[in-house]
Design a protein around this ligand. Structure first.
Ligand code: ADP
Ligand SMILES: Cc1ncc(COP(=O)(O)OP(=O)(O)O)c(N)n1
Length: 267
């Protein structure tokens, strides 16, 4: 069994962050571990409060995991502040995990900042070069690249710029496009599109977390980059299709569609 580590924030409503990552790891038949970078009070309607975890506590969590257990892949999500980012980067340079999927979380769907504005440059400098794959949505791709990207034609030049900044490969996610939800994978030589019909639902809380942790699991299980993206895109699409209409706002995706189908629990 592969061992997966998520370094991310906690979402009290269970739809995004650490909770989404651990559910996704379990759904992929992997063993999930977590380093918590922040505790957020949030639900389907928004984020009300955030408590960042001290960098030294984050460092101790990372050491505790790596000093005892083999880590096959790391997924990084919410990292809040420059000193947290520097600590994570230092530990990853020390332990050298083979696979690192970086989801450069910046702002929640509800508009709450999850990364301090002054931390963006540190994220680019410190974490981008350590990433096997970085998975920005369109607004995050704009901040990282300093370029405008609102439509499909603008995704390739932005992907090129993100690789120039140090990433080995980038998946620019098209969830924020008008029209279809098409994602672009670029590794410096090959451009590959992963097409997705837009599913008409407001229940998309945690889509980015779900996709990036699925990618970490699929890569750890030996899939090539392109095959991992294809499998993870299919997984997140089904998770959105069967997303849960719970709470008064944007409900979470369904992480266990396959399991529920086999058990006969899906309507
Ligand atoms: N309504 C939707 N229908 C189908 N796929 C979607 C929809 N919204 C997002 N996706 C897909 O979900 C994944 C996560 O993308 P996105 O929502 O852009 O990330 P984030 O949560 O970081 O903003 C991508 O593969 C994207 O294409
Ligand atoms: C604790 C925490 N981490 C990340 C996010 C953002 O997750 P994402 O998958 O991008 O989902 P939305 O916020 O866009 O629904 C979060 N909300 N909380």
């Amino acid at each position: 069994m592969k061992h997966l580590l998520t370094i991310a924030g906690s979402d009290s409503s269970g739809g995004a962050g650490i909770q989404a990552d651990l559910k996704t790891f379990a759904a992929h038949g992997t063993f999930g571990m977590s380093v918590i970078t922040a505790v957020t009070a949030q639900n389907t309607q928004g984020v009300t409060m955030v408590q960042d975890i001290d960098a030294e506590v984050i460092e101790a969590q990372i050491n505790a995991v790596f000093d005892d257990i083999r880590v096959d892949a790391v997924k990084i999500g919410m990292v809040s502040r420059p000193e947290i980012i520097k600590t994570i980067a230092d530990r990853l340079r020390y332990y050298k995990p083979q696979i690192v999927v970086l989801d450069p979380v910046m702002i929640s769907k509800s508009g709450y900042p999850l990364l301090a504005p002054e931390a963006c440059a540190t994220l680019v400098q410190e974490l981008l070069p350590l990433a096997t794959l970085v998975t920005p949505n369109l607004p995050e791709a704009e901040v990282i690249s300093g370029m405008k990207v609102t439509m499909k034609e603008e995704m390739r030049p932005v992907a090129e710029r993100i690789l120039e900044l140090g990433a080995k490969a980038v998946l620019v996610k098209g969830g924020h496009l008008n029209g279809s939800a098409d994602d672009l994978l670029f590794d410096g030589s090959t451009e590959r599109w992963f097409m997705g019909d837009r599913i008409d639902t407001k229940n998309t809380h945690g889509t980015g977390c779900t996709l990036s942790s699925s990618l970490a699991a699929n890569l750890a299980q030996g899939l090539s980059l392109a095959d991992a993206v294809a499998a993870s895109k299919a997984y997140v699409t089904e998770a959105i299709e069967y997303s849960l209409p719970i709470g008064g706002g944007c409900g979470p995706t369904h992480h266990f569609v396959d399991l529920y189908r086999k058990a006969g629990w899906l309507k």
